[in-house]
Each structure stands twice: as structure tokens, then as C-alpha cells.
Design a protein around this ligand. Structure first.
Ligand SMILES: C[S@@+](CC[C@H](N)C(=O)[O-])C[C@H]1O[C@@H](n2cnc3c(N)ncnc32)[C@H](O)[C@@H]1O
Length: 298
């Protein structure tokens, strides 16, 4: 399984302006890459609450971060960042640490999930699952095999901006009438044929997989509801950093930040998003599309 290299880790740690003793929420803990860089800055006597929907990620991160425990307070919680405020207050109840100085969202999925036989990747044959956390009921297999053709096409168009959304939805509908579609390889074949075969460097199923993952995990609604909660939770002068990986996510982040700045609740720390350096994109191709936006609560 590939290890996860945190994206824009130096920039996040610098722009959050952290110092020893600070309180931070990592809303998307993953393998704990960013949290490790954050704990370096806030230890000793720092407090970190890490949240992830994925139990495997929580287990791996807890293990990776255990060396910080003697110097800092650390809680790792399985849950959704849409419940950030209640997770934070429950986790820190006995610590009396005050509100967070910094909150980080590193959106999307981790390399651990991409390589984890969970149906996220079009490069590996796996069951069509795509759930970040096992607590959810909806899987990609359910969407593919039971949604009406129009709803399928809408998902591909809205969450993947896939131009051939109708063609692909119709091909899925025809295929599932013969036999239930259960694996990523089956789906890749159907999409590739519907799009007239493989043409360029990019896999024809790329946008279909992105769209299904977003739909399965209701990702865009989750971001829309969680960011205002995060802004509310921050202490005055505290900073919120969000890394997004495609235009649908970035548009939501940009609009919420712009509106909060207009209402003088926050000020924009990054007027334009921070992008990874050339060296980072060479060393970690996953970082290529990353955009980091940061605000400070007034
Ligand atoms: C890009 S990874 C984070 C990687 C992490 N920053 C690191 O350095 O290892 C995104 C993580 O967010 C998690 N995630 C996605 N949606 C979530 C939600 N609504 N609540 C909590 N975690 C979520 C995923 O399970 C995944 O582990």
C-alpha cells in the first residue's frame, strides 16, 4: 500500500502560524502527515484533535503520532467533520484548553484509501465501494445498479463535469440490465467503451470515478456545512486552512471565505490560493492540483 505524503505541509504549518501550546483540529487526519508537522510546532503542551471518517486512517495516524503524546494532548476520533464542534468539545472536555488556534481541512481521499482495495481507483480491480467510512450505507455499487439513468447522468455531470455523462449513464443502464455491475474493472470497461475507447494519457473513467466518490460520500454538502462550523469554532485570531483538489471543492471554499470576509467575520490570509512548488509536484504528483486557502478569524 503506498504511503501518504502530506501536501503543502510546510506552507500549512507556516500559514497557520502555530506556536508551542496551541490548540489545533485536523478535520481530515488521514495517516497523520499534516498532524505530525503541526505537532512539531505546537509541542510541548499543545493540543491536537484529529478527526477522520475512516477507522483504518485513525488507527494508522494514532500509531504514527504516538511519540508526541508525552509532550502534547492528542485525541484521534472516528467521525465526520460535519460534527467538528461537538467532537472537539467532547474530546477536550477534561483538558480545559479553550477554542482552537488553528483548523485544517485537507479534502478528498488519501493515498492509503486509493491503494486500499476499496474501489476508489480505476487502476485496481476491487468491489465498487468508495465509502470513506464503514458507518455509511450508500456504496458506489448501489448508485451504479439502482439509480435512475437521469440521476446517474446528473451525478456524472455535476460532480465530475463529465461531458459524456448521458452516454455513460445509458451504457451503465444497458449493462446492468444484463448483469449487476460489482467491480471497478467492469465499470472502467463500460465507461471506456461508452467514451469511444482510450485516447490520451488520461484514463477515460477518471471523471466518472471522481463523481461517484463525491456522491457516495456527499462530499460537497459536507464541506458546505462544515466550513461555517469551523469558522464559528475558531478563537478570534485563529486560522482556518483548507486544501482542495478540484474546482468544485475550491469554488465552495472560495465563496464561503469571500462571504465571511465581506461580513467582516474573517480576513483573507491568502488572497490567491497557495500552490505547491515545482519540486513538490515532481516528488508527489498527487499535489499537482492542490490549492491552499487560509483565513483568520477577526
Ligand atoms: C487527503 S486525506 C488527508 C491526509 C492527511 N492530511 C495526511 O497528511 O495524512 C483526506 C481524509 O479526509 C477523510 N474525510 C473525508 N471526508 C470526511 C468527513 N466528512 N469527515 C471526516 N473525515 C473525512 C478521508 O477519509 C481521508 O482520510
Amino acid at each position: 500500500m503506498p504511503s501518504h505524503i502530506p501536501v503543502l505541509a510546510t506552507e500549512v504549518a507556516e500559514l497557520l502560524q502555530l506556536k508551542p501550546g496551541d490548540v489545533v483540529v485536523d478535520a481530515t487526519l488521514g495517516a497523520g502527515g499534516h498532524s505530525s508537522a503541526i505537532l512539531e510546532k505546537i509541542s510541548p503542551k499543545g493540543t491536537l484533535v484529529g478527526i477522520d471518517k475512516d477507522e483504518d486512517a485513525i488507527r494508522i495516524a494514532s500509531n504514527n503520532l504516538s511519540s508526541f503524546k508525552p509532550q502534547s494532548q492528542l485525541a484521534t476520533v472516528v467521525g465526520s467533520y460535519t460534527a467538528l464542534d461537538s467532537i472537539f468539545s467532547t474530546a477536550t472536555k477534561s483538558w480545559r484548553c479553550g477554542k482552537p488556534d488553528g483548523i485544517l481541512f485537507d479534502l478528498g481521499l488519501s493515498s492509503l484509501q486509493l491503494g486500499g482495495n476499496r474501489g476508489f481507483s480505476f487502476l485496481e480491480d476491487a468491489p465498487l465501494d468508495m465509502r470513506f467510512g464503514e458507518a455509511e450505507d450508500l456504496t458506489a455499487e448501489i448508485i451504479i445498479n439502482s439509480y435512475p439513468v437521469d440521476k446517474l447522468a446528473d451525478i456524472l455531470w455535476q460532480f465530475g463535469e463529465e461531458r459524456d455523462s448521458r452516454k455513460i449513464a445509458k451504457a451503465i443502464f444497458e449493462a446492468r440490465r444484463k448483469e449487476r455491475i460489482t467491480t471497478t474493472n467492469e465499470l472502467v470497461d463500460i465507461v471506456t467503451k461508452a467514451k469511444g475507447g482510450r485516447k490520451g494519457r488520461i484514463n477515460p473513467a477518471t471523471l466518472t470515478f471522481q463523481a461517484l466518490r463525491i456522491a457516495v460520500n456527499d462530499e460537497l454538502s459536507a464541506i458546505m456545512s462544515a466550513l461555517p462550523i469551523a469558522i464559528e469554532l475558531l478563537k478570534p485570531g485563529g486560522r482556518l486552512a483548507v486544501i482542495s483538489y478540484h474546482s468544485l471543492e475550491d469554488r465552495i471554499v472560495k465563496n464561503i471565505f469571500r462571504d465571511a470576509a465581506k461580513n467582516e467575520i474573517v480576513k483573507l490570509v491568502t488572497k490567491k490560493p497557495t500552490r505547491p512548488s515545482f519540486v513538490e509536484t515532481k516528488n508527489n504528483p498527487r499535489s499537482r492540483s492542490a490549492k491552499l486557502r487560509v483565513i483568520e478569524k477577526i
